[in-house]
Write a protein that binds this ligand. Structure first.
Ligand code: DGY
Length: 318
């Protein structure tokens, strides 16, 4: 049963070794960059399994070119880069890597919460530019974190891990989602309507997957409901936030700031965002730790190996 596997980009071990030991042949694009759509289309032809990344757009044309392939194993928890409707129609399985990046993404969310409220990156810029002239009673004042209300949109695993950490900061918790989350309820969180969460939260943290329903969920209207002292945090997917609307809200001081790890059109940013001093902007680092990337590589590879061996995948997305 084992077959021919393609890995679309240089990834860390142990994925390549695990797949290499199980497959008849393994080819990995040996560079740390995405293939062009044409090169990707050529490269997936004649493969039994493809291990891909969130930076690969796996649209209908790529899936058609891969006809006969059994699986596209995404090395990411999000899979909005894959046209799952077409994959399903063509009988190609899609898998992801949930669970292993929960804690480090929650940790990074907290870096953004603390960093944006306490102006950590701005402070670093002050020091490096030689602008620090000594302690001052009015110098670089920021927002409080302890005891302030944290609102979580999309109450899944990562939001729950963020909430667990918030208990240490004595933060009242709100969440908005389609269903109750018993673990959040146990932490004392209250499930509320979207508008109520926006109105009451001091930190609004986005953890929802990207879908047609969540695209631009944080719109001009949503931002206008937030307190002028509140911060928006996004470690989920860029297009959940209307980035141009966010820039307007930051420029007009409609909200106090934003901590972002993801962008609508990565790696680009909306015009004006880079100039917003109240935005703390990171380059999609949510899962970027050595151990987490190794775990993601292992799980993506285990999904490939299971399917090549005729077993059920560990993490099917449909
Ligand atoms: C994911 O796995 O979806 C993350 O965005 C990667 O950092």
């Amino acid at each position: 049963m084992p077959g021919r596997v393609f890995i679309t980009r240089l990834i860390p071990e142990p994925g390549p070794s695990l797949v290499g030991a199980a497959a008849d042949s393994l080819e990995m694009f040996p560079e740390d960059r995405s293939l062009s759509p044409d090169d990707l289309r050529n490269a997936v032809q004649g493969r039994d399994a493809v291990l891909c990344l969130l930076t690969d757009t796996i649209d209908a044309s790529i899936l058609e070119a891969a006809k006969g392939c059994k699986v596209f194993a995404n090395m990411a928890v999000g899979y909005n880069n894959i046209d799952v409707v077409t994959a399903k129609r063509l009988g190609i399985m899609v898998t992801n890597t949930p669970g292993v990046l929960t804690d480090c993404t929650a940790d990074l969310t907290w870096s953004l919460i603390l960093g944006v409220a306490r102006r950590v990156a701005e402070g670093d810029r002050e020091m490096r530019a030689g602008r620090f002239m000594g302690w001052g009673p009015l110098y670089m004042l920021g927002g409080d974190v302890t005891g302030r209300t944290l609102g979580l949109i999309g109450p899944g695993r990562i939001a729950t891990a963020v909430a667990r950490r918030a208990v240490g900061f004595e933060m009242p918790l709100l969440y908005h989602g389609r269903r109750d989350n018993p673990e959040l309820d146990r932490l004392g969180a209250k499930r509320v309507e979207f508008d109520a969460l926006l109105r009451k939260s001091d930190f609004v943290s986005v953890h929802t997957p990207l879908s047609p329903e969540t695209r631009h969920m944080i719109s001009d209207r949503a931002l206008s409901l937030m307190k002028p002292t509140a911060y928006l945090i996004n470690t989920a997917r860029g297009p959940v936030v209307d980035e141009k609307a966010l820039v307007r809200a930051l420029q007009s001081k409609q909200i106090a700031g934003a901590g972002l790890d993801v962008y609508e059109d990565e790696p680009a940013m909306a015009p004006g965002l880079a100039e917003c001093e109240t935005a703390l902007i990171l380059p999609h680092l949510g899962s970027a730790t050595h151990a987490t990337r190794a775990a993601m590589s292992r799980i993506a590879a285990e999904n490939v190996v299971a399917i090549l061996n005729g077993q059920a995948p560990l993490n099917p997305v449909f």
